[in-house]
Design a protein around this ligand. Structure first.
Ligand SMILES: [Mg+2]
Length: 112
């Protein structure tokens, strides 16, 4: 992770692009790249990759989402791995395995 972040920072700084990497611009860029990723599945009837698109195209757009997301964490001084681990811990509480087994998260209701 550190190696990847160092390389992304070097790419940005070699071009003097940090001035453009405000949290707002990075969040917008995450959303734009996520839309480009979705576009590859736009007319899929099965939910699988079809309509002439390739796994390489999915990888390319997913990498854009990942890169902008990492840059947003970096800009805000957050550790992406630590934040992802905290989120997983919250999701483990929110979606207990015994209630969520085989069911989409949107339909899991916790008993209190
Ligand atoms: Mg893209």
């Amino acid at each position: 992770m550190d190696e990847l972040l160092d390389r992304l920072r070097r790419f940005r700084d070699d071009r003097d692009w940090a001035q453009f990497h405000t949290p707002k611009n990075l969040a917008i860029s995450v959303s734009i790249e996520a839309a480009e990723l979705l576009e590859l599945f736009q007319w899929s009837l099965t939910g699988e990759l079809e309509c002439g698109h390739t796994v390489a195209e999915v990888a390319d757009e997913a990498a854009d989402v990942l890169i902008y997301t990492l840059m947003l964490f970096d800009r805000l001084g957050l550790d992406p791995k630590a934040e992802a681990l905290k989120k997983i811990e919250r999701n483990e509480v929110r979606y207990p395995a015994d209630l969520a087994l085989g069911r989409p998260g949107s339909v899991v209701k916790r008993s209190r």
